[in-house]
Every structure is written in C-alpha cells, then in structure tokens.
Design a protein around this ligand. Structure first.
Ligand SMILES: Cc1cc2nc3c(=O)[nH]c(=O)nc-3n(C[C@H](O)[C@H](O)[C@H](O)COP(=O)(O)OP(=O)(O)OC[C@H]3O[C@@H](n4cnc5c(N)ncnc54)[C@H](O)[C@@H]3O)c2cc1C
Length: 477
C-alpha cells in the first residue's frame, strides 16, 4: 500500500530514477519511487561508459554489478569513413579502466533492487497519471496500479525520471526542444553465434559508419549480441515506401564491414525493434519543488553511448541538490540554477562531441551526414563555449568568434585529439584530452560559474566553491 505523503517522489525506476532515489535514501530522506512496469523489463541502451564506475561507487552498488557477470568492456572501436579509432580504456590513468555491456533488464533490476535495499519505498506496476500544482509547484501525484487501485501521494519534491515519456516536460512545462540535427531512427535486433573481431580490447562496442548512418555491435554476457542500425528519419521514411523494416535493417547492416563480418556466421534470435532516437533537451530542468533527470530531461543521439551516464549523472546531481536544500544548505532557487547549469553544460558538451564525430566522416555526400550538423537552432555560441570550457584547452580564446567559427574551431580541436587515437598499428599513444573526456571522472561537476559544486564527502550535497577550495554551502534558508 502506498503512503499518502513522502518527502521525495521519484517517477520512474530506470537508471536516473533509481540513482536519485538510492542516493537520497542513503542521505536519510524518505523516498518513494513509482515505476509503471514490473521489473525486469526490456530496455535499449546496453553499452556503458567507464565514468559510471564512480557513480556505482557512490551508490554502493559496484560489487553487486561486478558479481552479476556482465560482459566486461574495455573500450570502443570505430570504423568511421576512412578512419579507424580505438578508444582503449586500458591506457587511461586512474583506477577505472573498464565498464560493462549490460542487458538492461538485468542492470536496471539490480539498481532498483539496490534502491529498495537502501530504504526506498518502491512501487512497481504503478503509473503516475498526473501531477497537481500549488501555483507552479507540483505538490501531489495521482497514481494508478495495474490491478486498478488508485490514489494520491503528496510530496515536498518530485524527481521526474520517467524517461522519454517526460511527464513534466511534455505535459506541464511544454519545454522539450528537439534538435534539428540527429533526427534518427534506430533499428536493432539480437544475434547468437557472432564472430567478434579481435581489435585488442575486451568486449568493445564496434561502431561502423555506412552511407546512410552507422551500426553498432555490442556483445552481451548471455552469449547474444546486440546489433543496431541508425539512419536518418527521412531516409527511413522514404525507404519504407518500398522496403520492410527488416529489409532496411539487413541492407544497412550489410553495408558495414564490421557488423556484417561479425554476424555472417550468426543467427538472429529476436524480433527487429525500431525506435526514433531524436535528440532533445528540456528548456527547463528544475524549478520549485521539481527536478527532471535522465531522458525525461534530455536525450542525446546514442553514438557515444552517453545515455546511462547522463541519466545517472543527472540523478546524482538531483539527489545532491535536494539533499542540500532539505538540509538548509542552499537556497532552492540557487540549487535549481546550479542543477540546470551543470546538466545543460554536460549535455551540450556531449552533443558537440557527437556532432564533431558526425563531422568527421569522409562519406559526407549522403543526406544523413549532411543532416547531422548542428544548426543555429540547436545550440548558441555562448552555450557552446561554456560546454567546452573544461574540455578543450584554450577555448576561452574563442570568445570573439561567431557561432559558425566556434563550432568549426571546436571541430578542428576535436579532430586533433581524435587523430591521436587512430588505431592503425596500435601505437600505444598516450591518453589524450579526448579520451580523458570519455573517462568523465569529473563527478564533481566543475561549472564554478554558478559558485557551487557537488561533493560526495562527508555527505552528498552541494558546496560553495571559493577560490580552488570548496566549503560547505552556507545555511541560507
Ligand atoms: C537506440 C538507442 C540506443 C541506445 N544505446 C545506449 C547505449 O549503448 N548506452 C547508453 O548509455 N545509453 C544508450 N541509450 C540511451 C539510454 O537508453 C537512455 O538514455 C537511458 O535508458 C535513460 O535512463 P532513464 O532512467 O532516464 O530512463 P528509462 O531507462 O527509460 O526509465 C524511465 C522509466 O520510467 C518509467 N515510467 C515512464 N512513465 C511513467 C509513469 N507515468 N509512471 C511511472 N513510471 C513511468 C518507465 O517504465 C521506465 O522504466 C540508447 C537509446 C536508444 C534509443
């Protein structure tokens, strides 16, 4: 039976929701999480970044994940136009040099069970039907269980982690803005008996460009392999007039040397799935009494497998923000500004990198590659500069540049960094700033422009940054 009040309501039990809920419960707050499905449930998004290790540690779930036996992943291999890029995490400094390729049904289930073990009241098979507001502050949610029971729950804070359904952004804030670039469709399936090429990595994701887009190949621990194709929506719709989804998929995959050679001896063992993977960002990420985390707030083209990272990262930011507000360490509006700034910067940084990747392909003659360009509608120069402040040294010099120049310059610098990672001959190149970025160890979120940063010790929260030293935020409420 669901309580009628809670301190924090989390909507959705994916990585964003379970991360937020677990961290808040570990800080001693009363947390209720409502999840529409009964876990384990299917989800796409199987290749994880190395940065997630830090969040797993903060969550206290790392050992459980290690023990489960997921496929270890030590990097990525890209056959990208004429280029070959090897992202070898084994060469990274620091203690974390691998992550996992996961079956999301099992991974998400572990995270949700972990949330329960940390004191979160989890209700599966329960859908949030609507929110009720006091002015612009959400204060109550109506829910309905699969069995028909229904009720309301009042809360002090709500975290919308409802994924792409995005209750707050879609239904109440009307704040979701789609990028003009990255309007893609993903088509994928699962194979058994795949012959994984030896690229010098353990369990890598293989990404291969094709004239109409790109393919992924992800080995999973149950012996199956996830194989996917990403194409532009317009190509997909046009091709659909004369071809089945299966034909589009088979034809696309056959054009990738990496994917087609790998699946040549294999058998397809599941149906073919299709999903639009348009990129978007909500203009509002936090407000009075609410935070949007994970896909409910923003979605980015899956090229660099950043989704679960962004989901858990934003979950951690939301938990830190709410913890500090509830402890009276920061003004709610300052926390909301901090959250939105951090999240937006982090997202845009990834978006620029993805865009730069698309820019690299030598087969740019097709509509797909043309269409993956950022346009003025997608990002403005100020945001671009902010996004890269902590990534590409010297970006400050670009202050005077107009947007086009700025993006071109960012592209050029990314290209320089990428060229150090060319796999030819496995030359053992030293880690570059770019691979540092993929490592994403900056859990602390650096945007000092807003004067705060996240701390995980001695408690999770937000601290003021003064000079280079972080001090506990002043009690200001
Ligand atoms: C084709 C494709 C490939 C991808 N590949 C990768 C990859 O390789 N690596 C990667 O990291 N990411 C990848 N992603 C992205 C990744 O899937 C998402 O970013 C990630 O799942 C976001 O987590 P989340 O917790 O925000 O949302 P979700 O995991 O979607 O969880 C949201 C939850 O909310 C629940 N919910 C929704 N509405 C309600 C409601 N009204 N009431 C109660 N519960 C509700 C849903 O049932 C769901 O369980 C990919 C995405 C796509 C489309």
């Amino acid at each position: 039976m669901m309580d009628t009040t809670t301190q924090v309501l989390v909507i959705g039990g994916g990585p964003a929701g379970s991360t937020t809920a677990t961290l808040l419960a570990r800080e001693g707050f009363q947390v209720t999480l409502v999840e529409r499905e009964v876990f384990p449930r299917y989800h796409i998004g199987e290749s994880l970044l190395v940065a997630l290790n830090h969040i797993f540690e903060v969550l206290g779930v790392r050992e459980k994940l290690e023990a489960h036996g997921f496929q270890k992943k030590t990097g990525a291999f890209f056959e990208w136009g004429a280029e070959r890029w090897l992202f070898d995490w084994g060469k990274l400094p620091g203690e974390h040099r691998s992550s996992f390729q996961v079956k999301r049904s099992e991974f998400d289930h572990i995270l949700l069970e972990h949330a329960k073990s940390q004191g979160v009241q989890v209700h599966e098979g329960v859908t949030v039907r609507g929110l009720h507001f006091d002015g612009d502050r959400p204060v109550r949610a109506s829910w309905q269980a699969a069995g028909g029971a229904a009720g309301e729950i009042a809360f002090d804070f709500v975290v919308d982690a409802s994924g792409r359904s995005g209750i707050m952004a879609n239904r109440y804030l009307h704040s979701r803005r789609h990028n003009e670039a990255f309007q893609n469709i993903a088509v994928w399936s699962y194979y058994r008996g795949v012959q994984h090429p030896d690229v010098g990595l353990t369990g890598p994701i293989l990404v291969g460009s094709v004239p109409q887009g790109w393919t992924w190949t992800i080995p999973l621990h149950d012996g199956t392999t996830s194989v996917g194709l990403v194409v532009h929506e317009k190509y997909f719709q046009e091709r659909r007039k004369t071809a089945s989804v299966e034909e589009i998929f088979t034809e696309g995959v056959s054009r990738s040397r990496l994917a087609s050679e790998a699946i040549a001896p294999a058998e397809r063992v599941s149906e073919i799935r299709v999903e639009g993977d348009y990129s978007y960002l909500s203009e509002v990420l936090a407000g009075p009494g609410y935070f949007l985390a994970g896909d409910s707030a923003a979605f980015l083209d899956p090229l660099l497998s950043s989704g679960v990272h962004l989901a858990t990262y934003s979950g951690m930011l939301a938990a830190a923000s709410i913890s500090s507000i509830l402890r009276g360490e920061i003004l709610p509006e300052d926390a909301a500004t901090f959250y939105a700034t951090c999240y937006r910067e982090h997202y845009l940084r990834w978006m620029l990198i993805v865009s730069t990747f698309y820019d690299q392909n030598s087969g740019k003659e097709t509509y797909f590659w043309e269409a993956q360009r950022l346009s003025t509608g997608d990002i403005n120069a100020a945001d671009a500069k902010l996004a890269f402040t902590h990534v590409v040294a010297g970006i400050e010099d670009l202050k005077e540049a107009g947007q086009t120049d700025l993006l071109a310059e960012v592209s050029a610098r990314m290209r320089e960094n990428l060229s150090h990672n060319v796999a030819e001959g496995g030359d053992g190149a030293a880690p570059t700033p770019f691979s540092d970025l993929l490592r994403e160890e900056d859990l602390r979120c650096l945007p000092t422009a807003v004067g705060y940063r996240v701390v995980t010790e001695p408690r999770l929260g937000i601290a003021r940054v003064s000079g280079s030293v972080a001090e506990p935020a002043l009690a200001a409420v």
